[in-house]
Design a protein around this ligand. Structure first.
Ligand code: MF3
Ligand code: CO
Length: 298
């Protein structure tokens, strides 16, 4: 029986059970994908480790987590309004998550004190909910929700326009959503991670906006933050190979002014634009499939 080497250097026989757990023989399951990954790697392409590729049973579990994740944002969408505090948003997310059997991933994550991030106006990300922060007419706010169910992670965020938002700010919110859509359309099996960054960046720049560097998307599913880091300032045709089973987020932070940001010195979390211009972000979670892409959470 010929022995093949998969990209983790483990030897698997063609007739052995596939390591993905499908119960099928390796030769009828992941062998072709692994062989293709090996060929790319020999050409010097950055290829994900097999452990980053989600199996079908894992994807099913992560989707169950995403049901809660989506329900939280739907609940926020129903209730969010002028005069509400961001602590109330925190409670909506916390209660929806726990009532459905989940755990809010942000709570106590590296010391983060709340169950959701709420980032208003010039806040780029990691805003901390507080009873003292009250939503005002004209605010734009990102609500970033991350969920654990039975150890499986989902992560997505949406923008909300509070009351009468200026045309200028509303446009930032819309263009940022469209930029994520452009990124999603750039996801192709056996394409490159950089294709996504280029698509997002081109779209944002075409509207005169800037894209935050250093903070971006990430692999997700079995942990909160896995490889790869997903940058939105990359070039098409570069970066990690998009192998079916790779799961990650697209979550660009797009600023009306410059891309520079500061991190709050007092709490070490809240990221703001340096020039205090408005910032928007939407986040989706996806998995690369054999023939395209599937959105897991949004
Ligand atoms: N939800 C953020 C993301 O999209 C991460 C927030 S970390 C936290 O990756 F601790 F602030 F919650
Ligand atoms: Co994320």
């Amino acid at each position: 029986m010929p022995i093949r080497t998969n990209p983790n250097f483990k030897t698997i026989g063609r007739n052995d059970p596939c390591p993905c757990g499908s119960g099928k023989k390796y030769k009828h399951c992941h062998q072709a994908i692994h062989d293709k990954m090996l060929r790319y790697r020999r050409q010097g392409v950055e290829v994900p480790s097999v452990s980053l590729l989600k199996t079908q049973p894992q994807i099913e579990k992560i989707k169950e987590s995403a049901v809660i994740n989506i329900a939280c944002l739907d609940e926020v969408a129903k209730k969010i309004e002028v005069g509400m505090s961001t602590e109330e948003i925190n409670q909506i997310v916390h209660n929806t998550t726990t009532n459905m059997g989940g755990i809010p991933a942000p709570l106590n994550y590296e010391g983060f004190p709340k169950s959701v991030c709420t980032s208003i106006n010039d806040e780029v990300c990691h805003g901390i909910p507080s009873p003292d922060i009250i939503l005002k007419d004209g605010d734009i706010i990102n609500v970033d929700c991350s969920t654990i169910l039975d150890g499986y992670f989902s992560d997505s965020s949406r923008m909300f326009c509070i009351g009468n938002v200026s045309e200028e700010n509303r446009k930032l919110v819309e263009v940022t959503k469209e930029a994520v859509q452009k990124g999603l359309e750039a996801v192709k099996p056996w394409g490159f991670l950089g294709d996504i960054g280029q698509a997002v960046n081109d779209y944002a720049k075409a509207h005169g906006y800037s894209v935050v560097e250093d903070i971006g998307g990430h692999g997700v599913g079995l942990e909160f933050h896995e490889d790869p880091f997903v940058s939105f300032v990359t070039k098409a045709g570069t970066g990690m190979l998009l192998v079916p089973g790779l799961m990650f987020t697209i979550e660009p932070m797009i600023n009306m002014g410059g891309p520079e940001y500061t991190v709050d010195k007092d709490n070490g979390w809240v990221v703001r634009t340096k020039d205090h211009s408005m910032s928007a972000q939407w986040e989706i979670q996806l998995v690369v499939t054999n023939d395209g892409v599937e959105v897991i959470s949004y």
